[in-house]
Design a protein around this ligand. Structure first.
Ligand code: SF4
Length: 291
């Protein structure tokens, strides 16, 4: 923990591509069956770098998808963005250009790489854990901050311990288990985990802070002032800028140059919080969320 101010002015949560090389059975149906077949005409990497530069702010750009490494020219994009800005990436770490990324992108400008472990898809595609461990080690050796995250789809609960032991044997420690959010067999998770399962999950959460509030039921931020829309934004795959993942208020389009931030913080109108980390970071009443 540090009281130093962040070295960026604005944060963007950018869904940069719908492409994915995995087909996880627990992927959100809207993404799995609709989005992954639409909007596959991503903008040119240099255009996007220019648009972020044109904000006149130093930005932290969180990149997720889809699989970010499948954005055409992804390494060029990251190299361009990190000249002025900072990035973080949520990836399945299962593409061949991780080594090129590690060689060309500045780890000091890469705040975090979340390496999500989708064990079922790795096995289906014959990727296993050895390749995953190799890429984690490669990135960490060069100074990248990599979090290994195991997605705890309920049918995987029984094999988690064995998988963690295998990862440990490969030198990947401190793996964080992440709750599944979605519907399985007509039951909505994380609410449907049993008390024993919740306790088990919390025991394997490590430094991942968001399992407990998700398992307890996300706090209500409605009516609280929040800087989302002023200094933090959600960018959809078409470049449309929204307030956050949970609130679709629009702020123009990043790609076509019409993006414009709000002047003042407004109250949160969200009935259901989709990405708790955003609320905890941007709402002015974070103590409510951690209580
Ligand atoms: S509190 Fe959360 S849901 Fe509400 S506007 Fe802020 S980031 Fe969005």
């Amino acid at each position: 923990m540090t009281s130093e101010p962040a070295p960026w002015d604005w944060e963007f949560d950018w869904h940069l591509t719908n492409r994915c090389n995995f087909d996880c059975e627990y992927c959100h149906p809207q993404i799995k069956h609709v989005l992954n077949r639409k909007n596959l005409n991503e903008p040119d990497a240099q255009l996007v770098v220019r648009r972020f530069d044109e904000t006149g702010r130093v930005c932290l750009v969180h990149m997720s998808g889809g699989e970010p490494f499948l954005f055409p020219g992804f390494v060029d994009l990251c190299a361009g963005l990190t000249r002025r800005h900072h990035i973080s990436i949520n990836t399945n770490l299962a593409t061949p250009d991780v080594a090129e990324f590690a060689r060309r992108v500045d780890p000091a400008k890469t705040v975090k790489i979340v390496a999500a472990l989708h064990i079922g898809e790795r096995e289906r595609l014959g990727l296993g854990l050895t390749d995953y461990a190799r890429d984690v080690h490669l990135l960490r050796a060069l100074g990248f901050d990599v979090d290994a995250l195991y997605v705890l789809y309920p049918p995987l609960l029984g094999r988690l311990v064995t998988d963690l032991e295998q990862l440990s044997d490969l030198g990947v420690e401190q793996v964080r288990a992440k709750v599944f959010k979605g519907v399985l067999n007509g039951r909505r998770y994380p609410e449907a985990y049993s008390d024993a399962e919740k306790e088990f999950i919390l025991g394997y959460s490590g430094q991942y802070l968001f399992n407990k509030p998700y398992l307890d039921g996300p706090p209500d931020f409605r009516g609280a002032p929040c800087s989302a829309g002023v200094s933090s934004f959600k960018v959809t795959v078409t470049g449309d800028v929204r307030r956050c993942a949970s609130v679709p208020a629009r702020y123009g389009n990043l790609y076509d140059g019409t993006f414009s931030a709000a002047d003042a913080a407004e109250l949160c109108p969200a009935r259901r919080v989709l990405v708790l980390s955003q609320c905890l970071a941007y709402s002015f009443v974070t103590e409510r969320a951690s209580s």
